[in-house]
Design a protein around this ligand. Structure first.
Ligand SMILES: Nc1nc2c(ncn2[C@@H]2O[C@H](COP(=O)(O)OP(=O)(O)OP(=O)(O)O)[C@@H](O)[C@H]2O)c(=O)[nH]1
Length: 523
């Protein structure tokens, strides 16, 4: 593409393009910053909310466990002297089971690991001897204990909370235990297992061996969590929040809190996508809200660009048309209201002024005789044109220095020049303002007297002749003039004819003896 076919750039469009570019960049930048800040805020807030939620549930769980332990301790105290009293055992297990919704079942196990009382009795495990390692944890520990999850003799997936029963002499008599069915309703299940999220958020609980004991997907309860450093940390007793990827590869924002008394870890988490779902809509609202102000800014910038570029544009346009007569007036009229434009305007006007002076000077030079400062032939012709155009009547005196050759020959060419110059000065002194003086060639001169009759012109010629004849010139002394006078009345006669008639009169004056004035015959 050639440079001439490129679109023409101007200051206003450049400023406008720059401003639009700046506004768009600023807008994009602020949108990106808004998006980034909002995103971080949402993620951090969600992480913190999940941490707080997990911590609160851990605290509630802790309270429930503590209250439950108290109940078991109380029952254990009640059974110290009644481990052989079947009715008392039944009554106490029933009371413990039914007084609250804490346990799904209550059992009393003797020191040999045989279940000696249950509530509800429908369990039908009375007399069963506990064999599995999990089920025998409490026997082994002989301290208040919360077991790991295990499958009960009745086939339920449970955890058991037990409290030992010691005789007054310190003999271990067995324990009383409340069982919590992980897959059935109870207080703990309602606290840890029921949540009302609708956006993919969920909560799960692991025991100290990373086994899931509460999870929204019942099939996963009992599953061992592997390769999850976050779980390792929470089981170390740390409470914190962290982005994680769940078992299905979904990015989650998780809060972790430990339950110290059980060694469990509670994890509350929300999908990152659900957290950020509203951000695009929010961003669109930001864009829509910022459009009016951005448009106003653009209009403001456009007007400013117009206002700022206007003087420069006017100057550029005017200088492009500098040949026009009124270019200088146009440029003078430009409101250059700021420094650069004012300087430019001043420089252009100064340049135009100098150019005009130069043109005037050249014009004057081309119409002026260098030696005498009088009009030359070109100047004379222009003058005659204007007389003709305006039909200005005039008289013309043609004059010639007598025997000027002798002056040159006797005193030299330079002295002759000085005579020509001095004669011009004398002519200027005697001329009126409206008269035009001309050196028509060599030692010949003409005087044009507008609106002057032939008689008046003759008087002027005579006065000049006498003045020159009676006043000696420097170096050369006295010289005389011969003069011819003709008149143009502004009729159809050409000015050329008038000049010829004046010349004829001059030659006659020469012929008749010089140093005299002769009138053209028609005048
Ligand atoms: N110094 C000087 N002499 C000039 C200039 N122009 C013309 N001359 C001289 O003027 C003289 C004119 O001489 P002529 O035409 O013979 O006329 P004249 O000697 O004046 O005699 P008449 O006109 O017949 O009285 C010539 O010698 C020219 O060289 C000029 O610019 N400077």
């Amino acid at each position: 593409m050639s440079s001439s076919s490129l679109p023409r750039l101007n200051l206003r469009n450049l400023m406008l393009a720059m401003a639009v570019f700046s506004v768009i960049i600023t807008l994009c930048n602020s949108l990106y910053a808004t998006y980034d800040v909002q995103r971080s805020l949402l993620i951090n807030n969600t992480l913190e909310a999940n941490r707080v939620y997990a911590a609160k549930l851990a605290e509630v769980t802790e309270s429930v466990i503590a209250a439950t332990r108290q109940q078991l301790a109380y029952s254990a105290g009640q059974l110290v002297t009644r481990m052989d009293d079947e009715a008392a055992l039944l009554a106490e297990t029933a009371r413990l089971h039914q007084q609250s919704d804490t346990f799904n079942s209550v059992v009393v196990v003797n020191a040999k690991g045989v279940i000696i009382a249950t509530s509800p009795q429908t369990l039908k495990v009375k007399g069963v001897r506990l064999t599995s390692a999990s089920a025998r944890q409490s026997l082994k520990a002989k301290t208040p204990l919360i077991t790991d999850p295990f499958v009960s003799p009745a086939g339920n997936y449970i955890i058991s909370m037990s409290h030992p029963v010691f005789a007054t002499n310190g003999d271990y008599l067995g324990y009383v235990a409340g069982t919590i069915y992980l897959e059935q309703s109870n207080i703990l299940g309602r606290i840890l297992g029921q949540h009302y999220y609708q956006d993919g958020s969920y909560l799960y609980v692991v025991d100290r061996h990373k086994t899931l004991i509460y999870h929204p997907n019942p099939d996963r309860i009992g599953e061992r969590i592997r390769d999850n450093s976050a779980i390792d940390d929470v089981l170390q007793g740390h409470e914190y929040a962290h982005p994680v990827i769940n078992s299905r590869g979904v990015n989650m924002l998780a809060g972790f809190a430990p339950v110290p008394s059980t060694g469990w870890g509670i994890v509350a988490q929300r999908p990152k996508a659900a957290t950020l779902a509203g951000i695009n809509e929010h961003l669109l609202r930001v864009v829509l809200k910022s459009i009016p102000l951005s448009l106003l800014t653009l209009i403001g910038i456009w007007l400013s660009a117009l206002f700022i570029s206007r003087p420069l544009w006017q100057l550029a346009t005017s200088t492009g048309l500098m040949s026009r007569q009124d270019a200088q007036a146009d440029i003078s009229g430009v409101r250059s209201w700021y420094y650069e434009a004012a300087q430019l305007k001043r420089a252009i006007l100064r340049g135009i002024g100098r150019l005009n002076d130069r043109i005037d000077q050249l014009h004057t030079d081309s119409h002026t005789d260098a030696l005498t400062g009088l009009l030359n032939r070109r100047g004379m012709e222009q003058l005659l044109d204007s007389y003709t155009q305006q039909q200005t009547p005039f008289s013309v005196i043609t004059l010639d220095i007598d025997y000027f050759k002798q002056v040159n020959d006797t005193h030299g060419h330079d002295a002759g020049d000085r005579v020509l110059s001095s004669l011009a000065s004398v002519m200027k002194e005697q001329a009126r303002r409206e008269d035009a003086l001309c050196r028509s060639g060599g030692e010949e001169f003409m005087i044009f007297l507008p609106q002057t009759s032939a008689d008046n012109a003759r008087e002027v010629a005579e006065r000049l002749r006498q003045g020159v004849a009676s006043n000696p010139m420097p170096v050369v002394g006295h010289i005389t003039l011969s003069l011819g006078v003709a008149h143009w009345a502004g009729n159809d006669e050409s000015t050329k004819t008038v000049l010829n008639r004046a010349d004829q009169a001059l030659y006659r004056a020469k012929r008749e003896g010089r140093n005299r004035v002769a009138m053209a015959t028609a005048d």
